[in-house]
Design a protein around this ligand. Structure first.
Ligand code: 9Z3
Length: 292
């Protein structure tokens, strides 16, 4: 991560660390059961593409098997239905041929070309986590690695991170037995990682957190509370059910509502394009302020 950040910064590029997907919280150390959440990783995967289009290099810290940039567009397709087999002829020695059915994978050529350009250009550094503790360790390492490029680093913390966990010292080793009757769990609070990230690990970076609620009535107060507590640059506030079409970008002085119109939806515009455009402009202003 350090080498990735310094190389790209030296080439005049900004670097964004995107976190994406949910975290797994084990209930046993030889884990059979765990707590998880709804996050698909679409916000993070989709935003990664728009950041790359805006000239950023991306460290993509994502949950194992959550949505991934570019391939996310085909995530619901069964690969077996997308391929066609033309059997070869043993007598003439021609081999079986496998072809893509473009009706099942629309735009595949365009997306594949882009994917390989990004990969060959070394613009995307994918890093995986599954559990909450892997996420916390990797985020700390990422923050320290990116701190070397100061304000050119952006943190875009879109992962849905558990607030609760069972400490290793209190976790049973073996599978919890149902023969012991109903299960009562006592969960500890996960330490608020945003605080050391902003204060200690990457104090010069441009930091964006996400706030998710199911009750729209408390969303903006919660977002402002987070800004006040952690003193970072912005919160992207969203409600579970409307998160694909409506978010509010809250900063200490501004509040920008980003909304997809019916027309946008028809034209397959994605809200992440608007979020990334809003935040890259704010990042520009942030860097210019630091320089002056
Ligand atoms: C978000 O709010 C993301 O926008 C979503 C995206 C997780 C809703 P999907 O992955 O969904 O596209 O399906 N992320 C942050 C969620 C979160 O847990 N934030 C914490 C909070 O709200 C603060 S770190 O308290």
């Amino acid at each position: 991560m350090s080498a990735f950040a310094t190389q790209h910064a030296a080439a005049g590029r900004r670097v964004v660390l995107i976190t994406s997907g949910g975290t797994k919280v084990p209930l046993e150390s030889r884990t059979v059961r765990f707590l998880d959440n709804f996050s698909s990783g679409r916000r993070g995967a989709c935003s990664a593409e728009y950041f790359i289009d805006s000239g950023y290099a991306v460290v993509f810290l994502h949950r194992h098997r959550s949505l991934y940039p570019y391939s996310r567009m085909f995530s619901t397709i069964n690969v077996m239905d997308a391929l066609q087999l033309t059997s070869g002829d043993e007598a003439s020695g021609s081999a079986d041929e496998v072809l893509v059915n473009p009706q099942v994978l629309p735009n595949i050529a365009k997306v594949l070309k882009k994917y390989h350009e990004v990969k060959d250009g070394g613009l995307l550094l994918p890093i995986e986590f599954s559990t909450l503790s892997e996420y916390l360790h990797l985020l700390k390492a990422a923050a320290q690695a990116l701190s070397t490029i100061g304000p050119k680093a952006m943190f875009y913390l879109a992962a849905a991170v558990s607030d609760f966990y069972i400490p290793a010292s209190e976790m049973p080793e073996h599978k919890i037995q149902s023969s012991n009757g109903p299960l009562q769990l006592s969960l500890n609070m996960v330490p608020k990682i945003l605080s050391p990230l902003v204060k200690d690990w990457a104090p010069q970076a441009f930091v964006i957190s996400f706030k998710l609620e199911t009750d729209a009535a408390i969303l903006l107060d919660k977002a402002r509370g987070a800004l006040k507590n952690y003193r970072h640059q912005a919160v992207v506030a969203n409600v579970l059910d409307s998160r694909r079409g409506y978010v509010v970008v809250v900063t200490p002085k501004t509040q920008d509502e980003l909304i997809l119109t019916e027309e946008d939806v028809k034209n397959e515009v994605e809200i992440e394009e608007m979020i990334v455009s809003n935040l890259t402009s704010a990042h520009n202003r942030f860097i210019n302020q630091q320089a002056s």
